[in-house]
Design a protein. Structure first.
Lengths: 392, 338, 284
């Protein structure tokens, strides 16, 4: 009896090995493997992108150049090896023509060799480390790079009376990138870095770091932290009275993520950030996008959503150009130098680096109607990724 | 009397038909499921990792919530070796195993004292510190971006890794099999038997002259080497290493896998790995957002209905009712007492 | 300097409220409840919903969070946990981690995966200067509540009839039953209070620690550290341990930020090597 139940259990689970065969009947559809963080600490990134992808398909039809599009959604489970395995399975078993998504840098880098080997375009919709597009000639990015968003802030600050800055970043890859990008440009423009603080990734309380900031008495503190944590930081910033002591909080737009900005409350008011997208961006494209997104998904789109939306735009337009042909080289060639008006403003794909070129906006958190928004007040047009631009 | 005991021990060490069937099936999967090699490879690696934990938990009664320390160390060792020196996988495997063994030896002294809860927390602490070191040493490990540029040569210069994961699975499976056979011999050797004696009652074991601490250090070192090799397999077959190899959830997952499969008979880790990964993959495919819920539900139901029933079933299957030396052997998971 | 000490104390106090329920279930009832953080999360979400959707005042929401999670704890204890008291610890780990997974996914489904925010009343915001030391009002509030709790718990355990019955039930269930103590009821009540405290901790901590569906997993490690370092045989042990950890963590990150992440783990390992039973426990 016992033995039989066990055998059944094992047998049933082993049977699942053969299961996917059934579902994978060949068809003429073009498949897109979408690998996103759907669970765990970055799940909201996955939600935003998934909703944006669905919205794009809803607004533009689910067929391009006579071929139907199918999305195969996978949860990356936050681990690089699983992501790579999923990508591999999507390529080998599901015969996807595009890999897309990729929330975190290591998870975007892990499958890069596969994209090269299998000649499948890999559209990075979120991860923001500069080097990603160098990992494979098949990677195209529709989000942004962190230095791209940071350097304009470092240029803006000294012109606006901010001469002495303490940086406060999360102690991991993107944080280091932001710290470096900011410091280099800010120092070159005559600013002075008082100290560079790094906060551990697993850090429940910002008190000690903010106390150091307070001790240094800078003009401003430059902040980069993953989006959810930004709210806590800002609250504690205000709680400690740093805002009243004349220290300004500046950072990249991750800190005032549109997704949660409104829930942060008044502590966020007046924070100045630079980023490539704000839900309050003033353009007819964006108004339509935000409205449709809210209607479909029930929450406000953030910069992740726009990355997913534009990623789908790349897929659609590339397929149109190749007339439905899914050979990888052709698709990537079609995406290079593509230019269009996105909800975030005018964007294009740099043909050399396959990275996105876009406007960066300087924004300030203000109350618009009953809600908080990042209101853009200055634009730095057509910013390329500064790291790769410097390499020439 | 002595002859009888010897006969019993020998009988216990003998291979049973079910075991042959099991391994034949595992190798048959190379042909049977040609498009599932990638997940099979992952299962084989997880299984080896779980076997490694079984050596200390199931046989020596040492609980660990930080076994990923060795797994991750092996992964980074193999990755770095391939990147900077030798890209031949087998050499990397041996080196990673040796490195992890050293680390295991060095940290084994931390787990000799204290209760199970203390051990859980000390091992956890070691793994977390190691993870933080890997994060800080970005110049070496690539930090949070992960270690890139790992490219493996063909195994022993012949078998090249392919896109379908076929070589990878074969490689991992062979490694798992060889190390499993070694582990099986080990636990049936005098050393292994003395370990079970220590697990069941350390005081009594010491009283009959078993050198308790050296034995525990020895098995902890071996187990660390196994975990390191599992990590190396992962690094080599995915040709990428990122910080998550040292993450808390790796340690927790492998403990779950082993507990699901049942500790103390070596097959538990493998059975657990097969069940856990396949169910997880199936659920994550069906509902990418909420699969945690169903995994959780399965765990809860499993415990409420009696995990014992299931694992002792498998155990009975494996030992085919031969083992009379230890009544209730399938239960072998030792009580944790804080 | 004193500000750092103050912040450390507040942080430690918060850890204590979050973890003390666990030290009760683990130490007194000998049950490894990894789902403890899930109760804390429940308390946090109750507060968020009450505050942001129904505009309940914060001070009223706190006791409601306590009662609601205690009730939840009671229901789960009566229906599920009670079946597992006699089982091995590995079973308990498996079971409670299963509960955590379910809670994480369920909260994700119900509230979404983004951070939730507690809207503090204005009288708890800001900070005052006392003799040159900056003191956060909310943090003082936390210290106050936790201080009261510690004293109340200690008195309840050592002075009341319930406390002695509980200790008797833990020491020897059979004898306690024989003496007419209703062990089941006592355990249920204890478990409920433990969960309620976690819920209260979650409600208080949401402002400082943040609140999202991964809360129970993120903070499980911290709870366990507090309980192991403090030892599981009393309330004062985990309390002092929380304070030390809080201060060590905050001070470590302030004075040696480069090693900020290592401080708490190194501290734990060092303590456990020299005092495997925890700092404040009598060796068994």
């Amino acid at each position: 009896m016992k033995r039989r139940t066990v055998l059944k259990g094992l047998g049933a689970s082993v049977a699942t090995l053969a299961l996917p065969h059934v579902a994978r009947a060949e068809s003429s559809a073009v498949r897109i493997g979408l690998i996103l963080p759907m669970t765990g600490p970055f799940a909201s990134t996955g939600r935003q992108i998934e909703a944006a992808v669905k919205l794009y398909m809803q607004r533009n039809g689910d067929a391009v150049a006579g071929r139907k599009l199918e999305i195969v959604l996978k949860d990356d489970t936050g681990t690089a090896d699983v992501t790579k395995r999923l990508a591999q399975e999507l390529i080998v078993n599901d015969k996807v023509s595009f890999l897309a998504g990729f929330g975190l840098t290591p998870l975007a880098l892990a499958p890069a060799p596969l994209a090269t080997q299998a000649k499948v375009p890999q559209i990075v919709m979120a991860a923001a480390t500069s080097t990603i597009t160098e990992a494979s000639p098949f990677i195209v990015r529709s989000s942004f790079t962190l230095p791209q968003a940071t350097v304009p802030l470092a240029e803006w600050a000294p012109k606006n009376g901010i001469k002495r800055v303490v940086s406060l970043v999360t102690d991991y890859g993107p944080g280091h990138d932001a710290e470096k990008a900011f410091k280099e440009r800010f120092s070159a423009d005559g600013g002075q870095m008082l100290s560079e603080l790094r906060v551990p990734l697993r850090n429940p309380d910002f008190a000690p770091f903010l106390q150091r900031v307070a001790d240094a008495k800078p003009d401003a503190v430059f902040v980069f932290v993953p989006s959810g944590v930004g709210a806590q930081l800002m609250k504690q910033f205000v709680e400690r009275g740093l805002d009243k002591s004349g220290i300004r909080l500046i950072g990249t737009g991750d800190v005032t993520d549109d997704d949660i900005l409104n829930d942060m409350g008044d502590v966020a008011l007046g924070v100045i950030t630079t980023h490539h997208y704000s839900a309050a961006h003033d353009s007819p494209e964006n108004k339509a996008f935000v409205e449709a997104f809210r209607k479909a998904a029930g929450f406000r789109p953030n910069f992740m959503a726009v990355g997913g939306y534009d990623g789908m735009h790349l897929v659609y337009e590339a397929l149109k150009k190749t007339n439905g042909d899914t050979a990888g080289e052709g698709l990537v060639a079609a995406m290079k130098a593509m230019a269009w008006t996105s909800p975030r403003g005018p964007v294009s794909i740099d043909p050399q680096t396959r990275d996105i070129v876009q406007n960066i906006y300087v924004r300030k958190v203000e109350k618009v109607g009953a809600e908080l928004f990042n209101v853009e007040f200055a634009t730095i047009p057509n910013v390329k990724d500064p790291v790769k631009a410097a390499k020439g | 009397m002595r002859d009888r005991a010897e006969a019993l021990i020998l009988r216990r060490a003998r291979w049973r038909p079910a075991e042959y069937v099991f391994w034949l099936l595992a190798f048959a999967a190379l042909v049977l499921f040609p498009d599932r090699h990638l997940i099979l490879n992952e299962i084989a690696i997880l299984a080896l990792f779980a076997v490694s934990l079984d050596l200390i938990l199931g046989y020596a009664g040492l609980v660990s919530l930080g076994h990923a320390a060795f797994f991750g160390f092996g992964a980074y060792a193999a990755g770095l070796l391939a990147k900077h020196a030798v890209a031949e996988p087998v050499i990397g495997l041996v080196a990673a195993g040796a490195g992890a063994a050293l680390l295991g030896f060095a940290t084994s002294f931390l787990v000799l004292r204290g209760t199970d809860l203390t051990r859980l927390m000390v091992t956890l602490g070691v793994a977390l510190i190691l993870g933080e070191i890997a994060n800080q040493a970005a110049w070496l490990t690539g930090g949070a971006d992960g270690l890139q540029g790992v490219a493996m040569d063909p195994i022993i210069g012949v078998f090249e890794f392919d896109l379908f994961g076929r070589t990878a699975y074969a490689y991992s499976l062979v490694t798992l099999f060889l190390l499993f056979v070694a582990a099986r011999r080990l636990v049936n050797s005098p050393l292994g038997l003395s370990l079970t004696a220590i697990r069941d009652n350390p005081l009594r074991a010491a009283a009959v002259g078993v050198p308790v601490n050296p034995r525990l250090v020895a098995v902890y070192t071996v187990s660390a080497a196994y975990a390191g090799i599992a990590g190396a397999l992962l690094a080599q077959t995915t040709q990428f290493v990122s910080l998550d190899v040292l993450d808390f959830h790796r340690s927790a997952d492998v403990l779950l896998v082993l507990v699901i499969g049942g500790a103390g008979y070596l097959y538990g880790g493998i059975v657990g790995a097969v069940l856990f990964r396949l169910v997880q993959d199936l659920l994550a495919g069906l509902t990418p957002q909420y699969w945690h819920f169903w995994i959780g539900l399965i765990l809860v139901v499993l415990v409420l209905m009696g995990r014992e029933r299931m694992t002792s079933g498998v155990a009975a299957l494996a030992r085919a009712g031969v083992d009379r030396l230890r009544p209730g052997a399938g239960r072998a998971t030792k009580e944790l007492r804080p | 300097m004193l500000t750092i000490l103050f912040d450390g104390v507040a942080y430690g106090m918060l850890l204590f409220v979050l973890a003390c329920g666990l030290s009760v279930t683990l130490g007194l009832m000998n049950f490894v409840n990894l789902a403890h953080g899930a109760f804390a999360m429940a308390g946090g979400y109750v507060t968020v919903v009450l505050l942001n959707r129904y505009n309940v005042p914060f001070l009223l929401a706190l006791p409601v969070a306590f009662v609601a999670t205690a009730a939840l704890g009671l229901v789960l204890e009566r229906t599920l946990y009670v079946r597992l008291y006699g089982r091995s610890h590995l079973d308990q780990v498996l079971f409670s981690i299963g509960l955590v997974f379910m809670a994480v996914a369920a909260v994700d489904y119900a509230f979404g995966s983004q951070q939730q925010f507690v809207r503090m009343p204005s009288f708890l915001q800001g900070r005052v200067e006392i003799a040159g030391v900056g003191v956060g009002i909310y943090r003082s509030f936390i210290i106050l509540i936790c201080g009261v709790l510690v004293i109340a718990l200690q008195l309840a355990l050592s002075r009341t009839r319930f406390g002695s019955q509980l200790r008797a039930a833990v020491d020897d269930q059979r004898v306690a039953r024989g003496l007419g103590i209703e062990v089941n009821r006592i355990f249920a009540a204890t478990f409920a209070v433990g969960s309620g405290l976690a819920g209260l901790g979650g409600a208080l901590g949401a402002e400082i620690l943040g609140l999202d569906p991964t809360f129970p997993l993120k903070f499980m490690i911290y709870f366990l550290i507090v309980v192991t370092v403090g030892g599981t045989s009393s309330i004062t042990g985990p309390f002092l341990a929380s304070l030390m950890l809080g201060i060590a963590d905050v001070a470590g990150k302030y004075y040696v930020p480069a090693f900020g992440a290592f401080v708490i783990y190194t501290f734990m390992i060092t303590v456990l090597i020299f005092r495997p039973q925890g700092l404040f426990a009598r060796a068994r």
